[in-house]
Design a binder for this molecule. Structure first.
Ligand code: PLP
Length: 460
């Protein structure tokens, strides 16, 4: 695996700005979109650009500007925009068979043959898989339903900062109050406990001397008959939190959560929708701590840009009856062909290694330097190519500073770099580039980011 393997996948001239973004065509198309589509449209409000073509880790807008893409479709495009192998497989499948409910098809069985050997070690020997509707949210819905059905219980424990989707059940276990407050009541009996967000430890402790007080709290609510939390059907966790701000919990925290779930006989759902598929430098984020999920959710990156969603679980949970979770687009055949090509590409190029190396050798060291240089970068964290840079008004009080982050995001796209924003207070810049990013593009992108911070800091 070397950069050479990925060099030809991108627009060679990236980044190129021919007209200050958003250019005239982008502005016009945004106006039309605003007129026609719901106010719920989200991403173009922060990055008001209309895109036309993507290649690898680069993307072109309708005005001819070409950007380096550190956003990667919110963690979908791990094998790059329009990966030629994926495009080819999808095209061929389009000409044969496009839709087939859950009937067996050659491509479906091929995909199962590719996916199962890649599952976490202990899960793969006992795994059952189930294709659900195409979104990640539906994988979460089905994982929770499966746990509830098996446990004959209703509650779920989730983590502060956790994001699991927007449908009713998935939103219930999502932490963000803004997303939920106008849609209550959602599923009852969801309890949130602290995640190992060490930069803002609510117990004011420091890892590793903290005895993982956050995990101890989880243990306490399961153990104490007066905690008010009845035995839940499941615990759901991201091994590296995504929307919460690219928070990579210490491995020991994840190991503790697994142990506690075992001790109290609660199935553990590991949501790998964003952190999986090589993003963090392993095939699955939970492999860093070598734990085995009882149920695992997979989506985003698996379809190589096409929507596909699947849960994998220990076969002892496969007790539900025929039709327990039906849907018309469970396992779309064309997306399955794309997924076969995606998984083969990942294996052929050992994409997890490339993600790990770029994170360890380029992103984190360079961003640590930027943190030292900037008064406003409070924390740099992440794993592989799932990186968070948290901005604060001052490093001592750690007061979040979302406004500066929006300005940095704008300065970046004006110079040819697309980035994402997230975190508890929307004060975290998030990098989720396609994993086929080259070192050269990584360095150029980070330099643009550094210049943008300087520009915003001096003009603020
Ligand atoms: N789970 C995690 C960890 C996610 O990051 C997301 C989306 O960002 C989801 C679930 C929901 O996936 P979707 O947006 O495809 O419904």
């Amino acid at each position: 695996m070397s950069d050479k393997e990925f060099e030809d996948l991108h627009f060679p001239e990236a980044p190129t700005i021919v007209v200050k973004p958003p250019g005239p065509k982008s502005r016009e198309m945004r106006q039309i979109q605003d007129r026609i589509e719901s106010t719920a449209v989200s991403y173009p409000k922060a990055v008001p650009i209309a895109f036309e073509e993507g290649k690898g880790a680069t993307i072109k807008d309708v005005d001819g500007n070409i950007y380096i893409d550190f956003f990667g479709g919110a963690g979908v495009l791990n094998v790059g925009h329009c990966n030629p192998e994926v495009v080819n497989a999808a095209k061929q499948q389009m000409e044969k068979l496009t839709h087939c409910l859950d009937f067996p098809t050659p491509v479906r069985l091929e995909l199962e043959g590719e996916l199962i050997p890649l599952l976490p070690k202990k899960l793969r020997d006992n795994a059952k898989i189930f294709f659900v509707a195409p979104t990640g949210s539906d994988a979460v819905e089905s994982a929770i339903k499966l746990a509830k059905f098996n446990m004959k219980r209703v509650g779920v424990i989730s983590f502060e900062g956790g994001y699991h989707g927007m449908t009713s059940g998935a939103l219930s276990v999502t932490a963000n109050k803004k997303f939920k407050r106008n849609f209550l009541p959602l599923t009852s009996e969801v309890h949130f406990v602290p995640y190992a967000y060490c930069y803002r430890c609510i117990f004011k402790r420091e890892y590793p001397d903290c005895d993982l007080e956050c995990a101890r709290y989880l243990e306490h609510i399961l153990d104490d008959p007066e905690s008010g939390v009845v035995e839940p059907a499941a615990i759901i966790i991201e091994a590296v939190q995504g929307e919460g701000g690219s928070i990579a919990a210490p491995d020991k925290f994840i190991i503790e959560v697994r142990k506690i779930a075992n001790e109290y006989s609660v199935p553990l759902i590991v949501d790998e929708i964003q952190a999986g598929m090589c993003r963090t430098g392993r095939m699955w984020a939970c492999e860093h701590s070598e734990i085995t999920p009882d149920i695992m959710t997979i989506s985003k990156g698996i379809g190589g840009g096409l929507p596909l969603s699947v849960i994998a679980f220990d076969q002892k949970f496969d007790t539900w009856e025929k039709g327990a979770h039906v849907g018309t687009f469970r396992g779309h055949v064309v997306a399955m062909a794309a997924a076969v090509a995606t998984l083969r590409f990942i294996k052929k190029h050992r994409l997890w290694e490339h993600a790990r190396k770029l994170g360890e050798e380029i992103f984190l060291p360079r961003l640590e330097e930027l943190k030292e240089e900037s008064k406003y970068i409070g924390d740099v964290r992440g794993r592989g190519m799932m990186i968070g840079i948290e901005f604060v008004k001052d490093k001592k009080s750690k007061k979040p500073w979302p406004e500066i982050v929006r300005q940095v995001q704008k300065a970046c796209y004006e110079k040819g770099l697309i980035i994402e924003v997230g975190g508890h207070y929307s004060n975290v810049v998030r990098f989720l580039p396609p994993l086929v990013l080259t070192r050269q593009l990584a360095e150029i992108g980070i330099n643009i980011f550094a210049e943008s911070i300087k520009e915003v800091e001096t003009t603020w």
